[in-house]
Design a protein around this ligand. Structure first.
Ligand code: SAH
Length: 241
């Protein structure tokens, strides 16, 4: 009897030890592994929701969105929703980032212009899918922190400029693709000029109610495709004059 009790107790102790070491292991699992699992789940969800480009899904799997949001919001980084990034601005919802990127149909050799750098997340996604990304942010502290962040994370083909994206970035034009990540009442004219013939431009248009529009530049003018209703922070600066 005593012997049986001894064995039961011993087994209990061993099981408890195993359980405790399991807990320690789990809690010590590096953040990056934990977040990689959440990211995978998010990408699976994006695929279910109709994102079909494997190149885009792959980029979404690689870029660590939690490193683009304030520390206290990191645990929400892989939920499909926008998050505040300070100065009244937001990092867009992953689905919308994926959709806009997919609409640009990048093959790898393009030069892309982004208006509205924000956290730099969209620029990081683009940088994995094309040759060079030029991105403009009107709020200086956001431009500075995005530039620093992208450099720290090793995104070498992204160039950040502080300024009003209304005017584009003529020096490096023409662009194969342009993506505007703030809502404007119309496409800023300089952006149309700086887009290559056959190039694609994606922009949320409207005020309270906005539509995501894709434009393709042709010899006969712009061809417009309206995609889905969206909600972005407004474009500021010259476009409002
Ligand atoms: N693409 C960003 C999210 C953009 S939020 C990301 O991945 O995090 C929209 C951004 O556009 C804001 O940071 C806002 O300051 C910026 N913005 C607004 N008007 C602008 C303008 N005229 N030129 C450049 N950036 C502008």
């Amino acid at each position: 009897m005593m012997l049986l009790q001894y064995f039961i107790q011993r087994r209990f102790i061993i099981m408890r030890m195993l359980f405790v070491s399991f807990l320690i292991l789990m809690s010590k699992e590096p953040d990056s592994l934990y977040y990689a699992r959440l990211r995978k789940a998010l990408v699976d969800k994006l695929r279910e929701e109709g994102i079909t480009s494997e190149r885009v899904l792959n980029a979404m799997l690689k870029v660590e969105r939690h490193k683009f949001v304030p520390k206290e919001l990191q645990r929400f980084a892989y939920q499909d929703r926008p998050l505040p990034i300070g100065y009244g601005q937001t990092i867009s919802q992953p689905y919308v980032v994926a959709l806009m990127t997919q609409l640009l149909d990048l093959k790898g050799d393009e030069r892309v212009l982004e208006i509205g750098t924000g956290s730099g997340y969209q620029a990081a996604i683009l940088s994995l899918l094309c040759k060079e990304v030029y991105t403009i942010e009107i709020l200086k502290p956001l431009a500075d922190s995005a530039r620093e962040r992208l450099k720290r994370l090793g995104y070498k083909n992204v160039y950040v400029k502080h300024g009003d994206g209304f005017y584009g970035w003529k020096e490096h034009s023409p662009y194969d693709a342009i993506i505007v990540t703030c809502a404007a009442p119309r496409v800023p004219e300089p952006l149309i000029e700086q887009l290559k013939m056959g190039g694609r431009l994606v922009i949320p248009e409207g005020d309270e109610f906005q539509v995501l529009n894709l434009y393709i530049k042709t010899e006969k003018g712009l061809i417009k495709h309206s995609v889905i209703p969206v909600r972005f922070v407004p474009m500021r600066g010259k476009i409002r004059e």
